[in-house]
Write a protein that binds this ligand. Sequence first.
Ligand SMILES: [Zn+2]
Length: 67
Amino acid sequence: MPKNPFACSECHLILADGIDQCSRCPSAPVSSDWSGYVVVLDPKRSEIATKLNIPLPGNYALKVSIR
Ligand SMILES: [Zn+2]
């Protein structure tokens, strides 16, 4: 079973395989316990990106749980 990649608890960015630290917020905890996969292409025009405070395009998790 493939392992879930980590997602940043701060900006919700889904990190690349084997990466366990967000490059945008290095002090924020990451978690593999997340749900809701969102691809943001144009944050300024995306309602969900505005809601999640996403400034840059990328793949994001809707919900990140920190254990
Ligand atoms: Zn981050």
